[in-house]
Design a protein around this ligand. Structure first.
Ligand SMILES: *[C@@H]1O[C@H](CO)[C@@H](O)[C@H](O)[C@H]1NC(C)=O
Length: 767
């Protein structure tokens, strides 16, 4: 159903958005390319630091060469002993500073130099795929590289791309490129990109070609060309296609933070409309804050230039405080299921049937069933090692998910003589099967926690037997959407109380491109993110054409969030891996509903200066402000400080601190809505509260009248505690919906009120 919604988005009107102009990208190699991948002396090379510096007055309008020259003046020497240049990159637009190979002592010495602000170690980026690649083994022998026309340009910053994959097989010649496009293509064996992959570049690698497959997978989800699959289960899938099959891709291969920042700089210069990042910086127990986060920093510059930045919410769930990429100028995407099940039935000797999922189509009957971990032996429970376990030869073997990859488990089972594996969810993973291994030599059936426990119980019987058989894939296996355990949860640790994630997109068992021409299933917020990037690309172009409004990232995100769906296919609230109602900290505004997002009626706009005021509102000092915005910004004037709760965000999060020291029992939040339809319109507020007790919510005014396009109206929401105040902290969740008189538009915002009562409540986040 969700896929149908995506298909419904392919508007022919989008195809003519660009008129070709100027000549194709130049073929010069990227600058500062250093052969890291063959660095034989890696051990003795000093690490890379990103160094931020404050330009002196005489350099404020200097050209990039002059600035780079000045950057070099900070280095103790131009090269390392090996002759390798110290300078990795001198940033031009995205940061006032550079990245260079330095020792800690050299950085220390730099601290006293005029203009030095701060230095930060380059760190490896973490791809947000939960489970390692598992190949479906589909190698289609026919391909039809249909060119679906032109659309938006999506910049994908990831591990690169397999340009030979049929998902990216556009028309070879693209001359001239779309208007505004200034990027380049640096594949080693192909001089030019095509009209699917407009550009591809990298900083320190040898090529933008994908090794691991992560980058190809996410790029394929965002804008892969439709491609009919041909193997047996794939027949049931039908066609693999990106969310925006007509969009262009611009690929930036990055594996560390200094490369990522460079990639954002390039993407801005190249002229992309959307930046999609399915990665994160390492997640720390004690995060220093947004200002030290390279993705947040680069994204702010991109957003300032009108580029929407879409990022993964990370896979650290289900614990609270595990959401990442949570700056308020980023669209933060959590993962959900989409109702597709690769059905596979297990029939027990006692007649009971259990529904699992598998890519296998093999049938088996009357096989012995065994759980080697019955004695709680860790190795055996996880099928890491079955040497000391019961004899599993000829049997169907049960293993818990986790620790090593399911492919490795299957190998262990096979080596021990097992004929099939049942991969059972741990309690943490609960009711959602998000790891369906591919072709790993023996049939593997994944089951949820409850069914797994039932099977384990049955397997205590030494005579336990099971029949295995595939069943047709279903596309409405409810309830869906539902949030899998891994999807990152709020509250944010860094953003001062903005509700995150913003939105959910399909991120469980997603079929897309992999290296070497394969299609594979992967799960993760990595996979949810490019769905939203593709949808946003289409929306941005469509909406700016349909309305006369200058569309910006905040407006596109607002359209997506205020039209999102917070109920599932059974008309119940969206659930999580426990099977219970999911918190707003898991779902944000809910699941994306592309068709509704095309006609939002009203939007919450955020001028870029408000993000800077918001940073002041976080209490940032001079250095932190400089770290974020690359200039001196004095937050002292109260006018320049915006309380994070008052940022004109499409969701509302409020903290009511009623501890004896503060005692604010009520809070007023202001928001402004802008009309994006030309006709006059009238809206009425509707409130729904999950727990009515203890909290009174009032909206004023209760109706808003808009005279036409870009008319703004403000309103207040007052949250007040009422009745007996309990002894424990609690959260109140609800929705504020502005409904148009003609019932055509519902502009919905989730709200979450945290009530702090206990003294030590501040420590609610996991340390
Ligand atoms: C409404 O507010 C936006 C800023 O969010 C502004 O760009 C627009 O011009 C305003 N509309 C009018 C009619 O003033």
């Amino acid at each position: 159903m969700l896929q149908l919604m995506l298909w419904g988005l392919m508007l022919p009107s989008l195809l003519s958005t660009f008129t070709p102009s100027t000549s194709s990208g130049q073929l010069l190699p990227p600058r500062s390319r250093i052969g890291d991948e063959v660095g034989a002396h890696a051990a003795v090379r000093p690490p890379i630091y990103m160094v931020q510096v404050r330009k002196p007055a005489h350099l404020l309008s200097a050209g990039p060469e002059e600035v780079e020259e000045w950057h070099r003046s900070f280095l103790p020497s131009p090269t390392l002993d090996s002759g390798e240049p110290r300078m990795v990159i001198s940033y031009k637009t995205v940061m006032s500073g550079f990245a260079a190979r330095l020792t800690a002592e050299q950085v220390k010495a730099m601290e006293t130099m005029e203009g030095f602000v701060r230095a930060q170690l380059d760190e490896e980026l973490i791809p947000q795929t939960t489970y390692s690649p598992d190949f479906l083994g589909l190698r289609p022998d026919v391909w039809d590289a249909a060119n679906r026309g032109k659309g938006a340009i999506i910049g994908v910053i990831d591990s690169g791309i397999d340009y030979n994959h049929m998902s990216f097989a556009g028309n070879e010649i693209l001359c001239p490129p779309p208007e505004g496009w200034k990027g380049s293509c640096y594949f080693e064996r192909r001089p030019a990109c095509n009209d699917k992959i407009l550009g591809a570049t990298y900083l320190r690698m040898f090529s933008p070609t994908d090794n691991g497959g992560h980058g190809s997978h996410v790029a394929g989800i965002a804008a892969g060309l439709p491609y009919p699959l041909t193997s047996i289960r794939a027949d049931e899938f039908g066609t693999a296609s990106g969310a925006a099959p007509d969009a262009y891709l611009s690929i930036y291969r990055a594996s560390s933070t200094c490369e990522l920042l460079w990639s954002i700089e390039r993407a801005i210069e190249d002229g992309v409309h959307i930046i999609s990042i399915s990665m994160s910086t390492p997640v720390r127990q004690l995060s220093p804050g947004l200002y030290a986060n390279v993705i947040a920093k680069g994204a702010l510059e991109a957003v300032r230039r009108g580029i929407l930045v879409v990022c993964a919410a990370c896979n650290g769930g289900p614990s609270p405080g595990t959401v990442c990429n949570d700056a308020p100028w980023i669209m933060t995407v959590g993962a959900s299921t989409m109702g597709r099940a690769l059905n596979y039935v297990l029939r027990l000797g006692n007649g009971q049937e259990i529904q699992g999922e598998s890519v296998s189509v093999e049938k088996m009957s009357k096989k012995g069933l065994v759980f080697p971990g019955a004695n709680d032996e860790e190795d055996a429970r996880l099928c890491r090692n079955l040497e000391a376990a019961v004899n599993v030869a000829g049997k169907v073997v049960m293993c818990y998910t986790g620790d090593i990859t399911s492919a490795k488990k299957a190998e262990v089972v096979k080596d021990a003589g097992g004929v099939a594996m049942i991969l059972t969810n741990t309690q943490r993973r609960g009711s959602i099967v998000a790891e369906v291994p591919g072709d790993v030599g023996i049939p593997v059936v994944a089951v949820n926690y409850a069914d797994g426990e039932l099977l384990i119980n049955y397997a205590r019987n030494p005579e336990a037997i099971v029949d295995l058989r595939p069943e047709a894939i279903s596309f409405d296996a409810g309830p869906f959407p539902a949030v899998p355990s891994f999807s990152g949860r709020g509250p944010s640790r860094d953003n001062g109380g903005i509700l995150k994630p913003d939105i959910l997109g399909p991120g469980v068992n997603i079929l897309s491109a992999a290296a070497q021409g394969e299609f594979v299933l992967k799960s993760g917020t990595s996979m949810a993110t490019p769905h939203l990037s593709g949808i946003a690309a289409i929306l941005k172009l469509y909406l700016s054409k349909e309305t006369g409004i200058g569309w910006n990232p905040a407006i596109v995100r607002s359209a997506i969030m205020t039209t999102a769906v917070s109920s599932n296919n059974e008309d119940d609230p969206i659930t999580d891996e426990t099977g219970d109602r999911a918190s707003l900290f898991a779902i944000g505004a809910g699941h994306v509903h592309p068709a509704a997002a095309m006609d939002p009626g009203l939007v919450y706009d955020i001028p870029v200066v408000d993000y800077v005021r918001y940073l002041c509102g976080l209490g940032y000092g001079d250095e932190e402000m400089f770290a974020m915005v690359d200039r001196t910004f004095n937050c002292n004037s109260p006018r320049l400080r915006l309380d994070p709760e008052q940022l004109n965000y499409p969701s509302i999060m409020v903290t009511l601190d009623v501890r004896p020291t503060s005692k604010s029992k009520s809070k007023t939040i202001s928001r402004t809505l802008m009309s994006v339809v030309s006709k006059p319109s009238k809206y009425t507020a509707e409130l729904s509260l999950r727990t009515q007790r203890r909290m009174a919510v009032r909206v004023s005014p209760e109706t808003l009248q808009f005279s036409g396009l870009s008319d703004n109206r403000s309103f207040d929401v007052v949250f007040s505690l009422c009745g007996q105040i309990p002894h424990e902290d609690f959260d109140v969740e609800g929705h504020l919906r502005w409904v148009s008189d003609d019932k055509k538009h519902t502009v919905s915002s989730p709200f979450l009120v945290r009530v702090l009562i206990k003294q030590a409540s501040q420590d609610r986040l996991p340390a």
